[in-house]
Design a protein around this ligand. Structure first.
Ligand SMILES: [Zn+2]
Length: 493
């Protein structure tokens, strides 16, 4: 039986920023700009973080925050202070840390909680102590302070000394690991000495960390991930080469007990966290299909983020729904004709399900919109895929449009890009038009007829398109998809 129930989430993002640059002038010791992490001797469950800020004008106050706070995540930063004193930084009324003008280096600690085996649901995106403290999962959005300012660039996280072992997704030529810029998804790091497996998969080098390798190998997750990655690379990059800087990935596997009723994933920029469901042999095939769907969904986000580069994030509903559709396709590719996998696909791709709200134009809040992306988003893309195939007599499919779509500019109100609609319009096919009318209801657009003009439009779909999805969870004990619209999402915690 298909028991698990889901509720997806997505934490959106909106970053804040920071840019590195050379930082030292004069005769004083030259501190490298960026971040360092230290695991103190004898206190392996604590991390000491240091952030050397870029040079300031020496007169202005600057503010710091962990960017996940604005996505609803809980900050894990403790007692940040300048290296010149022990006095903690003050907070402003919005909860941001205030840095005095003369302060060039901020220090804080993180005490990641130790999670019992099978209890860590990764869409929470918290820094966590794993395997009885053997290694720490370090979550950038909750644990790294950034200067609050627009257009942040990437930065670097380095181990403070050889005694601290640090693994990230993207190695930097100057040492250390890349911290994504503000327009990108967050990143996750591993501190300590877990067993790491490295694999070459197509253009990629993938570093895998697991809470329990015996379980991960038993489920065949590395081989399944390899198939998912091959498939999604061909879908997203098509004939394009994956840029050199995007070819190094980090995947962290963490088991979650099936009795908890849910599993999640969190896509970072080039790293992602994936729960796998365990301890329920009777429903093992259903759990494997779910694990794979979540994994593929996150992998889609990561590759789409790489293709999109520094462009502003796509609207959340588009990002989530299209990740979900191709996540299901990738799952079907990896476990073809699997009964549980097909059942799961039918659960999400169901053209007979009534459409109560559309993505644009109906009064839904951000929570509902995200829930809607999971409730009916995969159905929309699947139906569009089918309609394109039918309209073209089998010569085209959504996949042919996907790489271009993922690189387009999106209107501020969160609708589909006029350029994409114009391409669809070239087929002059009623089915395509009706689908968009039924599921999307495109906002005003002078370039196409694929428009539904309705009153009542105009509420918040997202903050200027800056919202960005990062995590996904599948929850519940009774899977009624309707729960998604009201149910809990990672948004609200
Ligand atoms: Zn997602």
């Amino acid at each position: 039986m298909f028991l698990i129930n889901k509720n997806l989430t997505f934490a959106a993002l909106f970053p804040v920023l920071m840019v590195p640059a050379l930082c030292c002038f004069g005769a004083m010791a030259c501190a490298e700009n960026g971040y360092t992490v230290r695991q103190p001797q004898g206190k392996p469950s604590v991390l000491e973080m240091t952030y050397v800020l870029p040079p300031s004008d020496g007169a202005s106050f600057r503010k710091l925050s962990a960017r996940g706070v604005s996505w609803g995540l809980k900050e894990q930063v403790e007692l940040p202070h300048c290296d010149s004193g022990e006095e903690p930084l003050a907070k402003d009324e919005d909860g941001n840390w205030i840095v005095p003008p003369a302060c060039q280096r901020v220090i804080w600690t993180i005490s990641p909680p130790m999670m019992p085996d099978g209890t860590y649901e990764v869409s929470a995106q918290t820094s966590t102590s794993m395997n009885q403290g053997k290694w720490i999962l370090l979550s950038e959005p909750t644990s790294l302070l950034r200067i609050i300012e627009p257009n942040s660039q990437s930065n670097i996280l380095r181990p403070a000394s050889a005694s601290t072992k640090l693994l990230g997704a993207t190695p930097m030529k100057t040492g250390g690991w890349r911290i994504p810029g503000g327009n990108n998804a967050p990143e996750f790091f591993v501190v300590g000495a877990p067993e790491v497996e490295h694999q070459r998969i197509g253009d990629f080098t993938v570093h895998y960390v697991a809470d329990n390798w015996q379980r991960v190998h038993g489920l065949g997750l590395l081989s399944l991930h390899s198939q998912v990655l091959h498939y999604l690379t061909s879908v997203i990059f098509a004939d394009k080469l994956v840029p050199e800087k995007d070819r190094s990935l980090l995947v962290v596997w963490i088991g979650v007990d099936a009795y908890k009723g849910g599993a999640g994933g969190a896509a970072g920029s080039r790293s992602f966290l994936a729960n796998y469901l365990m301890n329920d042999e009777e429903n093992a095939s259903e759990h494997l299909a779910t694990t794979l769907m979540i994994l593929a969904h996150e992998q889609f986000h990561q590759l789409a983020d790489a293709l999109r580069g520094n462009r502003p994030s796509m609207p959340t509903w588009i990002n989530e729904s299209i990740a979900h559709y191709y996540g299901l396709r990738a799952m079907q590719h990896a476990i073809p004709n699997d009964i549980a996998g097909e059942k799961l696909a039918r659960y999400f791709i169901d053209p007979s399900r009534p459409v109560k709200y559309r993505f644009i134009g109906d009064k839904v809040d951000e929570h509902q919109l995200t829930a809607l992306a999971y409730r009916q988003g995969a159905t929309f893309w699947a139906e569009l895929d089918r309609a394109l195939n039918a309209a073209s007599g089998g010569t085209t499919s959504l996949q042919k449009y996907l790489p271009d779509l993922l690189q387009m500019d999106f209107p501020e109100e969160g609708s589909l890009p006029p350029e994409f609609l114009a391409k669809l319009n070239q087929w002059e096919d009623d089915r395509i038009e009706q689908l968009i009318e039924k599921y999307v209801s495109v906002a005003d657009n002078k370039n196409t007829n694929l428009i539904s003009r309705r009153s009542g439009r105009g509420h918040l779909l997202m903050d200027g398109g800056l919202t960005k999805p990062t995590s996904f969870a599948w929850w519940g004990s009774k899977p009624t998809i309707e729960n998604h619209s009201e149910g809990r999402t990672a948004w609200g915690g």
